[in-house]
Design a protein around this ligand. Structure first.
Ligand code: HEC
Ligand code: HEC
Ligand code: HEC
Ligand code: HEC
Ligand code: HEC
Ligand code: HEC
Length: 311
């Protein structure tokens, strides 16, 4: 064991542990920085950057940098997005997780940590932004943490970029509202025992418009002339029904339990394939909050009469 080397590795993190409380709620992503800020040093080195952008990590993508604080082995942040939990409280994160998620996908009012079945890509690899500006099923883009989040922080909810990278969005989307009162700030966690029925009071429409910067044609307005792939879409941009009614943002542990060849578990992607590369069974859980199509009956057929619409 090379103690000098070990110490050299640990020291920056010890420094961070002291620094983080001083930085306050948004961590190093403060949006505005003071004249004598120290935050830059959390991520950049002016002469000895290890990755493009003078970043402190050795990997090519910013994701490794983010996970050095926000990952399972990370120190320096409480929001562990790999396991989908807030370390200080043990409660689940709102976005689900990238490797494991603590959710109640069976709606049994008990939160269980399980392996994630589907998630947004975050390692910089290519994927189809389904329903993105056409024609076709959507453009191929790369996705990493900084595609969606501004590493320097901004005025938006969760520092979401006004124009996510790769979205081609010309009109920046502001995700600001009365949420500070509704979701205790920073309020990363879900305190209830269920993962269904999350509230984003005041942010529903904006968040949906934000998702639709990449998934433009999922918003639910009939296209003129008709769009052969996405002409009939479920309402998705209202205060009653919005993207995060049905989906989580990072990843879910929901299961498609009918097996490899039936209903939800073999649903083709918008381009008609069960690719990419082959996704069937649980992998076809599409970031949904509940197993199978449990989400549908929560609004349409709920036996307790609490559903928004009953048909
Ligand atoms: C949480 C990590 C983090 C912190 C803290 C941070 N940066 Fe960055 N910064 C990044 C990342 C990631 C990029 C994108 C690098 C790339 O892909 O080339 C970036 C890019 C930049 C760029 C390139 C232009 C741009 O805006 O994309 C500049 C300049 C910069 N940072 C300066 C700063 C300064 C000055 C500070 C302190 C006030 C700071 N950064 C704090 C992560 C951080
Ligand atoms: C496709 C876009 C997207 C990508 C990629 C993404 N995020 Fe997020 N992230 C979001 C959204 C949207 C929210 C808000 C979720 C909510 O409130 O339900 C969020 C929330 C968060 C939060 C607050 C805690 C939570 O889960 O609610 C943190 C921390 C975070 N993201 C970090 C990251 C890191 C680190 C990465 C890369 C490993 C990443 N994000 C990748 C969109 C994204
Ligand atoms: C040096 C440690 C560190 C690094 C590196 C880091 N973060 Fe954070 N981040 C924090 C801390 C601390 C918080 C405050 C919440 C908490 O304790 O988890 C935070 C909060 C956040 C939030 C929620 C707060 C908000 O802005 O609304 C997001 C989103 C986020 N980080 C994304 C990222 C992304 C993306 C990267 C990579 C570019 C990154 N972080 C890198 C320490 C870090
Ligand atoms: C920066 C562009 C971008 C943004 C913003 C974005 N997505 Fe995505 N999304 C993608 C890409 C690219 C893919 C395909 C690759 C993948 O599966 O990660 C995808 C895939 C998905 C999938 C399918 C996952 C699967 O397993 O098949 C769902 C569901 C989804 N997104 C929902 C959302 C929701 C909800 C939001 C808003 C919280 C959102 N997306 C915001 C780019 C984006
Ligand atoms: C009423 C629930 C519901 C709402 C609201 C909703 N989705 Fe979905 N979404 C689903 C289901 C279910 C799937 C699984 C595929 C299927 O059944 O067609 C899915 C699949 C997806 C996919 C993967 C591609 C595909 O079609 O398989 C993306 C991307 C996506 N949704 C994005 C969004 C975005 C962006 C919004 C908001 C504008 C949104 N969804 C609103 C239920 C919903
Ligand atoms: C968050 C609540 C909510 C969820 C979850 C939900 N719906 Fe809906 N649904 C609505 C509302 C609101 C409307 C529009 C009002 C109406 O038509 O009654 C609607 C309308 C519909 C319509 C009529 C659309 C039209 O164009 O005529 C169908 C069909 C439908 N939903 C099926 C589904 C399916 C299938 C699922 C599961 C994938 C689902 N819904 C999940 C609330 C929801």
């Amino acid at each position: 064991m090379n103690w000098g080397k070990l110490l050299a590795q640990i020291l920056p993190w010890l420094a961070w542990l002291l620094l983080v409380p001083a930085l306050g709620i948004g961590g190093p992503h403060t949006g505005t920085f003071s004249d004598t800020t120290d935050a830059c040093a959390g991520c950049h080195r002016p002469h000895q950057g290890q990755a493009p952008g003078l970043l402190t990590t050795v990997s090519g993508t910013s994701t490794a940098l983010c996970l050095s604080c926000h990952g399972s082995g990370g120190v320096g942040a409480n929001t562990n997005v790999e396991d989908g939990i807030e370390l200080a409280s043990g409660w689940p994160l709102r976005g689900g997780g990238f490797a494991n998620a603590k959710m109640d996908t069976q709606l049994v009012y008990r939160l269980i940590s399980r392996k994630v079945t589907s998630s947004h890509t975050m390692d910089g690899s290519l994927g189809t932004a389904w329903g993105g500006d056409g024609p076709g099923a959507g453009p191929r883009i790369t996705l990493e943490c900084t595609s969606c989040h501004d590493p320097h922080g901004n005025a938006n909810y969760r520092s979401l970029r006004f124009s996510p990278l790769g979205s081609g969005e010309q009109r920046p989307v502001a995700v600001v509202g009365t949420f500070r009162e509704q979701i205790p700030w920073p309020g990363y966690t879900i305190r209830g025992d269920s993962y269904w029925g999350q509230h984003y009071t005041g942010l529903e429409v904006e968040l949906s418009r934000w998702c639709a910067t990449c998934h433009d044609r999922f918003l639910g307005e009939p296209a003129q002339p008709p769009d052969p792939l996405f002409n009939h879409v479920h309402p998705s941009g209202t205060v009653e029904v919005y993207c995060l009614s049905c989906h989580v943002a990072h990843g879910t542990s929901a299961r498609m339990t009918t097996g490899g060849s039936a209903f939800s578990s073999s649903m083709p992607y918008p381009d008609g394939r069960v690719l990419p590369p082959v996704r069937t069974g649980d992998e076809r859980s599409a970031l949904l909050r509940l197993d199978n199509r449990g989400i549908c009956v929560q609004c349409h057929l709920s036996s307790d009469g609490q559903g928004i619409t009953r048909r």
